[in-house]
Design a protein around this ligand. Structure first.
Ligand code: ATP
Length: 324
């Protein structure tokens, strides 16, 4: 192995830069060349490459987003697109590829690796935490901190006006963000895709909350919650049925992806980046490096992308106890 390439793909996540830095510097440490591929798989198809040395990644450990940019590439889903990418990779004399991204990116990476017998290692980078084989994905912790900071602020105004707030957070298919941020911010209710509490029960719980003397109420709603209503429809529904509540809605949106990564994400990304390079040097391929019980762990890419990482039932139980 003389040259390793690294790319970021899919949704950006805070901490991706720390992972890029770790890959670049580990390569330098082991006397291997490192190439950054810009705009994910699309940049691989277009040959958008740049050699990166240790000084090229200075000051990025603290920056959100990704200096390599990211993209969603439809072309990479075609055989012709992947063939072109392989041609560029071989012409640039790249021996192995590190892909920082989510399950879609790993699916593409695995396909590429199998088609051309090319060494590929995955690093989980997505705020959703929906990857098997790691307790945390890069960006998850930062997103949670960003969200609780926002919810704390909303709580101030909610309390002052005795209002009920529906706050939408990211999570189309999984409720990890909603559940953890909900507990962290002391939400009265948390609506996640994994569990449908049903509208009547929601009303009943909100009624109970009001009667218990609470002066504000926060309901965290994952994008893909199963009530079948979005936050605005939920708000109307509750206003119609519980006129005692003054209801407002806040959609946190893309601010959840941004910002300087937390220390946890920086350390996680640094560990995963170094380990990914070392795994390539040990001739490993087709695996993702993750964190299990605070140790670096390898999981086959097939397994990492198989279904969503299950929600922590214990956390659901805790949230129910605490919303009394
Ligand atoms: P996030 O979870 O943050 O959205 P992701 O990695 O899951 O990140 P996707 O948009 O699903 O993001 O995938 C990123 C890219 O991976 C796609 O744009 C595409 O180029 C590639 N990809 C996804 N699925 C496949 C596939 N079946 N075959 C080849 N490439 C794929």
């Amino acid at each position: 192995i003389r040259k390793i390439a690294v790319l970021t793909s899919g949704g950006d996540a805070p901490g991706m830069n720390a992972a890029i830095r770790a890959v670049v510097r580990a390569c330098a440490y082991y006397h291997i060349s490192c190439v950054g591929i810009f705009r994910g798989f699309q940049g691989m198809i277009e040959g958008d490459f740049k050699e990166l040395g240790p000084r090229d990644v200075k000051y990025i450990v603290s920056k959100g987003g990704t200096i390599l940019k990211t993209a969603r590439s439809e072309e990479f889903k075609t055989e012709a697109g992947r063939k072109q990418a392989y041609k560029n990779i071989t012409e640039a004399e790249i021996d192995a590829l590190i892909v920082i991204g989510g399950d879609g990116s790993f699916t593409g990476a695995l396909q590429f690796s199998k088609e051309f017998s090319f060494p590929v290692i995955g690093i989980p980078g997505t705020i959703d935490n929906d990857i098997n084989g790691t307790s945390h994905t890069i960006g998850f912790d930062t997103a949670l901190n960003t969200i609780i900071d926002a919810v704390d602020k909303i709580r101030d105004t909610a309390t002052s006006h005795k209002r009920l707030f529906f706050i939408e957070v990211m999570g189309r298919d999984v409720g990890h963000i909603a559940l953890n941020a909900g507990i962290g911010a002391g939400a009265e209710e948390i609506l996640i895709p994994e569990e449908n509490i049903g509208l009547p029960k929601l009303l009943e719980k909100l009624k109970k909350s009001k009667l218990s003397g609470k002066s504000s109420c926060i309901v965290i709603v994952a994008e893909g919650d199963k009530t079948g209503r979005n936050v605005f429809e939920l708000s109307e529904y509750v206003e119609e049925n519980l006129p005692e509540y003054d209801v407002r809605v806040s959609v946190l949106g893309h601010l959840q992806r941004g910002g300087s990564p937390s220390c946890f994400d920086r350390v996680l990304a640094s560990r995963l980046g170094v380990k990914a390079v070392e795994s390539i040097l040990e001739n490993k391929s087709g695996i993702m490096i993750g964190l299990i019980n605070d140790q670096m762990a390898e999981t086959k890419l097939e397994k990492a992308i198989k279904g969503e990482a299950p929600i922590d039932e214990e956390l659901i139980r805790i949230s129910e106890i605490l919303s009394i």
